[in-house]
Design a protein around this ligand. Structure first.
Ligand SMILES: *Cc1c(COP(=O)(O)O)cnc(C)c1O
Length: 347
């Protein structure tokens, strides 16, 4: 082992089996709905996430942006976790592409409550206020450390959305991690939402790809927006084949990623590093370097020098290690052994 890459689950490279599936893919013009592999992936993902239809896209960023555009009018207001991908990693896309006012909600473990949503909604009779239209949930929540939303909390937010005429979007880039981590079917989670985003290039191990899912009526509009946003492709079955392969072969392996994250967390914790074990629910481990008296970037550099790749978080003193398909049990052994040494040497 020379470098254990725990920076992100985007680091996965297609496996030999996936490359074979890509090579064998039947293809056609997806814009004409003639690519059988894209069609198959769309149908399977729709069923998987509890929605009527799904649309294949190059990225989950595009899936999120199309979802927001579908569900709102310019000048409407979007409520979400202030540290969500949508708010901090999509370049102000909700404002740029959909003309949305973005209002961050305070969160605990990446989650806000139904009551917070109710309190945040502006009175629609007040002609000074934007129309609060849209609520987005990120599950698992990245900034909080791969945390899972309990389904009953999602259902409570859905109820408030129905009552107050709000739409509910799921940034489920890591929905399958949430599903596997909580042993709740993805459809049981996804069915509460107006639209669902699923990313294929994170823990599912595809080189690229994502889907947005929703009602057939909304997905017809999503196909137009896909074209408008420049995401309509041609023989995209070449890539969709990786997605089909991942559904067949990689979903079940997420449980192994989660077990490795847990073992890493326990190993680091036992070595005296500041890891909160209860916070490890999926494939993320957050490490607080404050007790070491080290800055985040010094710690990242020290770990890198020893061959352990970790990444930054939005938290002022926390780093992130992420397990994925390309991280083995042996890699975890190394990271458990090397990280405490690397950090101790720099204190
Ligand atoms: C990675 C990620 C996205 C965007 O995915 P891309 O396919 O890289 O555009 C969206 N939301 C969350 C929570 C993510 O982690």
């Amino acid at each position: 082992v020379t470098f254990v890459d725990l920076r992100s689950d985007t680091a996965t490279r297609p496996t030999p089996g996936m490359r074979e599936a890509i090579a064998r893919a039947e293809v056609g013009d997806e814009q004409k709905r003639e690519d059988p592999t894209v069609n198959e992936l769309e149908q399977r993902v729709a069923a998987l996430v509890g929605q009527e239809e799904a649309v294949f896209l190059p990225t989950a960023t595009m899936a999120n942006q199309i979802a927001l555009r579908l569900l709102s009018e310019p000048g409407d207001e979007l409520l979400a976790d202030g540290w969500s991908h949508l708010f901090i990693n999509e370049l102000g896309g909700p404002a740029v592409h959909s003309g949305l006012a973005m209002r961050p909600l305070e969160t605990v473990d990446g989650r806000f409550t139904a009551e917070q949503v109710r309190e945040a909604v502006w009175d629609r009779r007040d002609t000074h206020r934007p129309i609060t239209r849209l609520v987005s949930i990120e599950n698992t929540n990245n900034s909080a450390g791969g945390r899972i939303w309990p389904v009953d909390e999602i259902a409570a937010i859905r109820d408030v959305c129905d009552e107050l005429d709000l739409r509910l979007q799921l940034d489920g880039a890591r929905l399958m991690n949430a599903s596997v981590g909580s042993e709740v079917a993805a459809a049981e989670i996804g069915r509460h939402f107006d639209t669902v985003t699923l990313c294929l290039s994170k823990g599912l191990g595809c080189p690229l790809g994502a889907l947005v899912a929703g009602s057939a009526e909304r997905m017809a509009k999503a196909r137009r927006l896909k074209h408008l946003f420049g995401g309509a492709m041609r023989q995209a079955g070449i890539v969709a084949a990786a997605g089909v392969y991942a559904l067949d072969n990689h979903v079940a392996l997420l449980a192994d990623d989660h077990a490795r994250a847990r073992r890493l967390a326990e190993g680091w914790h036992a070595a005296g590093l500041a890891v909160v074990l209860d916070q490890v629910e999926t494939n993320f481990v957050q490490l607080d370097v404050e007790p070491l008296g080290l800055g985040k970037f010094d710690a990242i550099a020290a770990l890198k020098e020893k061959g352990v790749g970790v990444s930054n978080t939005v938290h002022p003193t926390k780093l992130r290690a992420v397990t994925h398909l390309d991280v083995s049990d042996e890699d975890i052994d190394w990271a458990i052994e090397l990280a405490p040494e690397a950090l101790a040497a720099h204190v």
